[in-house]
Design a protein around this ligand. Structure first.
Ligand SMILES: NC(=O)c1ccc[n+]([C@@H]2O[C@H](COP(=O)([O-])OP(=O)(O)OC[C@H]3O[C@@H](n4cnc5c(N)ncnc54)[C@H](OP(=O)(O)O)[C@@H]3O)[C@@H](O)[C@H]2O)c1
Length: 282
């Protein structure tokens, strides 16, 4: 398996382009899921306070020897602030708790989980994040689910754009307006639900499956390879070691321009997740 490339961020950091997402993995099962991913070769883990499994991630890191030292330096660890803990003081307190659950000295990226435009506190949160970055306890600052108007507002208030915007992105929900805005402002795009939680594996009346057969790979690998060739960071989730391996094994083939066009044409009107204008993750 060829090694995973890194994406250079505007803040000078380099993030491995493939990470393991752990949403909906119960806390008690997370350590072994993380341990298997690290054994297979993942060097990027994506969790959040709202997933309720930072303790399990921390346990997995410690058991695998990735909590500190040289191994910690080879790992990219992302976590996110709960919406209910937005605010300057609250965010600082939340971060202390999260870091102690994660059993390490710093996180590589701390993210605002949802913009909550109906209760906007991203500017206060950002100031707390800047302090954490200054203390060396966070390396990169990111947001999730931000639309261009939210990115504009944050920039107007704080003078900064985030290094990364993590958004729902897959063949049937391509969010071109958001990705173009991010490209123009040097914000790296990270795709969550990169396979629409599995629903896009059969997208386009078998389009993905046909392309997969042509290359002798799986439908998951076709979708994930499409993201990779688009320069997008991906964090596919699987609790199964064989699928974790498959989702990392994307470098033995490449898609033709015509295949890109076929997948690009699958863009549609339906998201798999929530609307950032109205949603709060609590
Ligand atoms: N920032 C946010 O608001 C936000 C929102 C949603 C997600 N996320 C992040 O993004 C990560 C990924 O998104 P997601 O979990 O929603 O969706 P996803 O990665 O698109 O899909 C995960 C689903 O696909 C299955 N799967 C994984 N690999 C497969 C393969 N090779 N073949 C067939 N099925 C496969 C998994 O099942 P098994 O586990 O049983 O293999 C799981 O049911 C999350 O874990 C989380 O870290 C962030």
């Amino acid at each position: 398996m060829d090694s995973v490339a890194s994406i250079a961020l505007s803040d000078g950091m380099n993030i491995p382009q493939i990470g393991l997402g752990v949403l909906r993995v119960p806390d008690g099962e997370t350590a072994s899921v993380v341990e298997s991913a690290l054994r297979i070769g993942y060097r990027h883990i994506d969790t959040a306070a709202g997933y309720g499994n930072e303790g399990g991630v921390g346990e997995g890191l410690e058991h695998s020897g990735f909590s500190g030292g040289e191994r910690r330096g080879s790992l990219w660890l992302t976590t996110k602030l709960r919406d209910s803990e937005q605010g300057f003081d609250k965010a600082l307190r939340a971060f202390d708790r999260q870091l102690s659950l994660l059993r390490t000295d710093y996180v590589d990226m701390y993210m605002i989980h949802w913009p909550t435009p109906f209760d906007w506190r991203s500017d206060e949160v950002w100031r707390a994040f800047v302090r954490l970055r200054g203390e060396g306890r966070v390396r990169s600052l990111g947001v999730c689910n931000f639309l261009p108007e939210h990115l504009e507002r944050l920039h107007r208030q704080t003078g900064e754009y985030p290094s990364v915007n993590q958004i729902e992105l897959h063949p049937t929900w391509q969010q071109r307006e958001v990705t173009s805005y991010c490209a123009a402002h040097h914000i790296a795009v990270e795709a969550y639900s990169p396979m629409a939680r599995g629903a896009d594996l059969q997208a386009g009346d078998g389009t993905i499956e046909r392309i997969a057969r042509r290359h002798g790979v799986s439908p998951a690998q076709v979708i994930l390879r499409w993201h990779i060739e688009n320069g997008t960071i991906i964090i596919p989730k699987s609790v199964h070691p064989d699928r974790q391996r498959e989702n990392l094994d994307l470098f033995g083939f490449s898609l033709e321009a015509g295949e890109h066009a076929e997948i690009d044409a699958l863009d549609g009107p339906d998201r798999a997740g929530h609307d950032p204008m109205t949603f709060s993750y609590a």
